[in-house]
Design a protein around this ligand. Structure first.
Ligand code: FAD
Length: 402
């Protein structure tokens, strides 16, 4: 398809990954339009944690692809390396049975795991002091990336592969011919494309509602923090896996310079409606009490946190669809248009697979795994209208982590 043009809207990790995979398969001309600089949205605010042990067959299969690709990308992207320290998913006795029911799914799909009791966790990671009743579901293939290293490295590789990345260009609408999307209108004029891929995260609420697809997701403010160094030897890394510390209402992982990175939900906060197409995430704020509570919650699990303070904060948005699963694939009501959004707080982890799958949809018309469970049009219009009409706090939305 050497003469085709793919137009990607949004220069976060989902858009960049789509561009990378289209360019690698020599799709044709690949143009990526980003209203700010690349990485301006949630992507460079992420914690970068990934586990393959999700809650649905499609999720587990997609994450298997991501986990393999993060390792490949470590070889392909100068300046980026996946930290393969594993991911420890913690549960308490009331929440464990629900996860335990998924173990046969992991066995069937070949997603490796280990079940660890508190003594075993303390033995493996002496910095960790879980409660006696905690149960650890360890994913040996999981780990984390540093998003601030990954996003520019991926953008650079895209450019080397011939992707035209145009920063400071905002898409304002779509060019349509007999319903089919044949291009975009932008702050710098119209551009034609054979396929248009919309990866603008919560800005989807503005871009796609008017052409006829009010996106079935809710967005929430989310925040994560970086600690001061644990010691003056900043070359050392604390010996911990990435931890989804569910009973402690947060997550925590090692970070560059002998630091810790931690974050958590603010369940009491009302959903956030992206106020305008030009909205910019640094406008978001979060109360000081959130970081104080995060320290109080996580220090019993990682006492080393008590020797540090929070050095920096990043606040962004996460988006949850009606059933909590991503929205990914073609939009039948707008032929020629594809979307990738609502990756809950796991869009960084999904990005290598999401980009590959979107590229497959565009180039081949089908994907290597069945992603019908992520189809953007899977909900009845009435159900979507009711969902969008209600205002909810985050605790009332589906609970999903990385
Ligand atoms: C604090 C925090 C911690 C997180 N931690 C993790 C984690 O540990 N693991 C994990 O997997 N996920 C995590 N996430 C979630 C993850 O960051 C997101 O799911 C992911 O970054 C979404 O990527 P994206 O490319 O869809 O969106 P974005 O990175 O937001 O990219 C969308 C881009 O579209 C651009 N844009 C918008 N409108 C237009 C337009 N009209 N024209 C042109 N460009 C436009 C924006 O400027 C933006 O750059 C976290 C999120 C937050 C906020």
């Amino acid at each position: 398809m050497a003469s085709a043009t793919a137009m990607i809207i949004g220069g976060g990790v989902i858009g960049l990954s789509t561009a990378y995979h289209l360019a690698r398969r020599r799709f044709g001309r690949v143009i990526l339009l980003e209203k700010g600089p690349v990485g301006d949205g949630a992507s460079t605010r992420a914690g970068g944690i990934i586990t393959g042990l999700l809650w649905s067959e499609t999720g587990v299969l997609a994450r298997k692809i991501s986990l393999a690709l993060f390792r490949e990308l470590s070889e392909d992207l100068p300046g980026y390396r996946f930290s393969d320290v594993g991911c420890l998913n913690l549960f308490d006795p009331p929440t464990w049975p629900e996860r335990q029911r998924l173990l046969p799914l992991y066995d069937r799909l070949g997603a490796p795991y280990e079940i660890l009791d508190a003594a075993e966790m303390r033995y493996r990671w002496p910095e960790l002091t879980p409660a006696e009743t905690d149960i650890g579901l360890f994913d040996p293939l999981g780990g984390y990336s540093e998003p601030e290293e990954y996003a520019p490295a991926l953008a650079q590789r895209c450019r080397e592969l011939g992707v035209e990345i145009r920063e400071g260009v905002q898409v304002t609408g779509f060019v349509q011919h007999k319903r089919r999307v044949t291009g975009v209108t932008t702050t710098e004029g119209a551009i034609g494309g054979d396929a248009v891929i919309c990866t603008v995260h919560t800005w989807t609420q503005h871009l796609l509602t008017q052409p006829g697809w009010p996106p079935p997701f809710k967005a929430f403010v989310h925040q994560r923090y970086l600690s001061t160094p644990l010691s003056s030897d900043t070359s050392a890394a604390i010996q911990l896996p990435a931890i989804n510390a569910n009973p402690y209402n947060g997550y925590i992982r090692p970070a560059r310079g002998h630091r810790l990175l931690a974050g958590g939900e603010t369940g009491w906060r009302e959903e956030f409606r992206t106020p305008s197409p030009t909205f910019h995430m640094p406008a978001l704020t979060t109360p000081l009490s959130v970081q104080e509570r995060l320290s109080a919650n996580l220090t019993p699990l990682v006492p080393a946190l008590g020797r540090t303070c929070w050095e920096s904060e990043k606040v962004g948005l996460i988006a949850f669809s009606l059933d909590g699963e991503p929205l990914l694939g073609p939009l039948p009501q707008l032929p020629g248009l594809y979307v990738g959004c609502a990756f809950h707080s796991g869009g960084f982890a999904y990005n290598p697979a999401a980009g590959l799958l979107l590229a497959e949809f565009v180039a081949d018309g089908h994907t290597q795994i069945d992603v019908s469970a992520f189809a953007p049009d899977r909900f009845a219009p009435g159900e979507v209208a009711d969902y969008l009409a209600a205002t909810v706090v985050q605790d009332e939305a589906v609970r999903r982590r990385h």
